[in-house]
Design a protein around this ligand. Sequence first.
Ligand code: SAH
Length: 240
Amino acid sequence: MTWRATVLTLFPEMFPGPLGVSLAGKALASGLWRLEARDIRDSATDRHRSVDDTPAGGGPGMVLRADVLAAAIDAAEPALDRPRLLMSPRGRPLTQSLVAELAAGPGPLIVCGRFEGVDQRVIEARGLQEISIGDYVLSGGEIAAMALIDACVRLLPGVMGKPASGADESFSAGLLEYPQFTRPQAFEGRTIPDILTSGDHAKIAAWRRAEAEALTRLRRPDLWAAIAAGQKAAKGTTDG
Ligand code: SAH
């Protein structure tokens, strides 16, 4: 089965957008993955095709209606075998390991919120898993969905040039990636570190590992602490 993303949105015209160019776009054109953007408004039932209403209890903005959204989900995906996601700043943070998990499956159904968000009851009734792309608030879920889909698509078989290019990069070992260099050898008086042009692959690997560790320690103490905790746990298993 081809990996497939189904996106429920009020703005289907935003898709494929940036997913239609470069790596993801070429893969889409050649059928390595599929994208379906469905208009939530098609599931509205009243004369005005309304999809939102004012928040119960008061407050600013509008909330996406549970009945309309549930109908849109049901129309898009009667089967229960795919992950059902809701892009949401309250959600579980999107990480590379979650991306890898999603890329290995059949591909998700993704609901994009707008306005103040969606009625809580549809999240529960349709078992939507809330996913956040970071601690900031976007005006809608579409850009978040694109970020998630892009991260998944580049891991699909045949999408990236070399299968190894995904294994080595930031987060795959819990570390940030080492610095990269390419020609020219000298740029404004700065040269490429000698070791990288030495041809000694073991030394290059050790240098990259040390750089990745130093960078992670400095910039992301949270990731570094998680690695240290993991190593401690692994040691505990072998010791005990
Ligand atoms: N009032 C809400 C924010 C709504 S923003 C709150 O305070 O939690 C409107 C929509 O944008 C959301 O429903 C969600 O689909 C999307 N969105 C905003 N920020 C996001 C983020 N960091 N990650 C994923 N989706 C986000």
